[in-house]
Ligand binder design. Structure first.
Ligand SMILES: C[S@@+](CC[C@H](N)C(=O)[O-])C[C@H]1O[C@@H](n2cnc3c(N)ncnc32)[C@H](O)[C@@H]1O
Length: 350
């Protein structure tokens, strides 16, 4: 097993987008930034190199006492700087805003599920089933709502797909950097969601035709997401049924990105057996999936609350290896790619 460093080296530079983490370490600082984004203060500061308190107050809906508090919190969190009575975005914040879609999505996601953690962490520890039945995060990721195209179901599905799509936009690059897709021609992405992972792979490799296999509403929203993109003609969507159906076949590459952790071992085994059948002889199975994180290595940042709540779902590499060996895959290779937490990049050959 190869462990690839996450703190940056010539061969494996730390992905630039992780610079946003600095602004989401604690709930108070992150919430202040979220409000500054929501209330237009960040945009105001982006439009000018600096502004004094009176000018910011004149253009803001926030009353002077509120603005004083918010500016103070942003100063303490190094979102802004003050020089000679004038406020400006810090250089680090300007860089982080290059990843604004991810920053905003992570702030939204964390604030949506932070009450689960604050109110029910003890329940999660002693009664996970009850936690799952009552928590916002499991209400959000309701796959049951991905079949009937009612307006409520479409809205609910769009909401969580926004998070998975933005995360995948950035995480995909790490996978593409560490796995050479050059010999792939026909690729199946199981649980491929909005098609974002397939899109990134197809953009990097002009010779690939991809199929995304996912639940019906997810596919509909995915087709919309890809509409107008040059690679869309190379990406088909295949709708899965309620039973864990056979996959379409005839692929030289089958991928599972951040999909298998949703399922218990037995179902993971079934998905991997389906993948084996969907692959041509000599084809490659690829799993790119969060691994176990070490809670003592650093204080868990606020932005990781949504990911942390799934802590029971992440596996060690050998759990995947044993399944793959049982099914008959060979040449199993396991790398650990350090993003905000360890990702397993596992490949195996049929
Ligand atoms: C945690 S999401 C991950 C999505 C995406 N691969 C990513 O990396 O963000 C799991 C995906 O599996 C899909 N899914 C759930 N049950 C499925 C099934 N039986 N067959 C295919 N996809 C399924 C969900 O709709 C969702 O898109």
């Amino acid at each position: 097993m190869t462990v690839l460093p996450g703190q940056g080296s010539d061969e494996n530079p730390r992905p630039g987008y992780l610079c946003i983490e600095k602004f989401m370490r604690d709930a108070v600082g992150a919430r202040a930034l979220q409000s500054a984004l929501e209330l237009g203060l960040i945009d105001d500061l982006l439009r000018q190199s600096s502004a004094d308190f009176a000018a910011l107050a004149a253009r803001s809906r926030i009353d002077p006492r509120g603005l004083h508090l918010l500016l103070g919190m942003l100063l303490a969190n190094q979102v802004i700087e003050e020089r000679g009575g004038r406020f400006a975005l810090s250089a680090a914040c300007r860089t982080a805003l290059e990843y604004r879609d991810l920053l905003e999505a992570q702030l939204d996601f964390a604030s949506l599920v932070a009450p689960d953690f604050l109110g029910m962490f003890s329940t999660l520890l002693v009664d996970p089933q009850r936690f799952f039945e009552t928590s916002a995060i499991f209400g959000l990721f309701s796959y049951e709502r991905c079949f009937e195209p009612t307006p409520e179901n479409i809205l609910a599905t769009r909401r969580w797909m926004h998070f998975t799509t933005v995360l995948t936009k950035y995480e995909a690059q790490a996978c593409i950097d560490h796995h050479d897709f050059a010999s792939s021609r026909r690729l199946l992405d199981v649980g491929g969601n909005s098609g974002e992972f397939a899109l990134r792979i197809c953009r990097a490799h002009a010779g690939i035709q991809a199929s995304v296999f996912d639940l019906p509403l997810v596919c509909d929203i995915g087709m919309e997401h890809l509409r107008g993109k040059p690679e869309a003609a190379r990406i088909a969507f295949v709708k899965a049924g309620r039973a864990r159906d056979e996959f379409p076949s005839g692929f030289d590459t089958v991928c599972f990105k951040s999909m298998l952790h949703d399922w218990p071992d037995r179902e993971v085994g079934q998905f991997l057996e389906n993948a084996y059948r969907a692959l041509d002889p000599g084809g490659t199975l690829l799993i790119f999936e969060r691994g176990k994180f070490d809670p003592k290595s650093q204080p868990i940042p606020y932005s990781m609350i949504p990911i942390m709540l799934f802590f029971r779902s992440y596996r060690v590499p050998d759990e995947y290896r044993m399944q793959l060996e049982r099914i008959g895959f060979r040449d199993i290779d396991i790398q650990v790619v350090q993003l905000e937490m360890p990702f397993l990049l596992i490949t195996a050959t049929k």
